[in-house]
Design a protein around this ligand. Structure first.
Ligand code: NI
Length: 175
């Protein structure tokens, strides 16, 4: 396993649409090693999600996980999604803070759909079909956006809430 280099905002791969992963690729040892590395990299940098383009691989793969004790966030089980299709359910939107390992040191408030349906393959090629809500849904929307070349800044209604981490901790974390 290896910790991969994380692409920073401005790297063109973050603005490209990722390619879907062919079924045969899922069976390869290289692909499985890549998924392990993606997970290890997410954990190394304390991210709650990481998408393949963020580690310079233009494929539709993402991982999400929030472990107990990782800030005040609710737990999210380790989930790897390949070729995910996210369907936004209902009209309900929730605004909350987001950050991104590709945009280090910055937070901003982003409106997201409260509930989504996720259809994808898992890392072994088994079909997944589930609904997610609130924080889990937010993280999946953020990461699946990366597969379309979209970053959270694009989803903000305005940049008024953009804040550096020190100022976030000082003025906003307690709200
Ligand atoms: Ni991100």
């Amino acid at each position: 396993m290896a910790v991969l280099k994380v692409a920073q905002l401005g790297h063109p791969i973050l603005r490209r649409r990722a390619a879907s992963v062919p079924r045969d690729t899922l069976r390869s040892r290289d692909f499985q090693r890549f998924v392990d590395d993606l997970i290890e990299t997410m954990r190394e940098y304390s991210g709650v999600g990481l998408a393949a383009p963020q580690v310079h691989e233009g494929f539709q793969v993402l991982a999400v996980e929030a472990q107990k004790g990782q800030g005040e966030m609710p737990e999210i089980p380790l989930t790897v999604l390949v070729n995910p299709v996210v369907t936004l359910l209902g009209e309900a939107m929730v605004e909350d803070w987001e950050g991104c390992l590709s945009i280090p040191g910055i937070r901003g408030r982003v409106p997201r759909h409260r509930e989504i349906r996720v259809e994808a393959l898992d890392r072994r090629g088994e079909a997944l079909d589930f609904t997610a809500s609130d924080f889990y849904a937010r993280v999946i929307q953020h990461e699946s956006d990366h597969l379309q070349g979209i970053v959270f800044l694009d989803r903000m209604k305005s940049f008024e809430t953009l804040t550096f981490l020190d100022e976030y901790a000082r003025y906003w974390a307690e709200e």
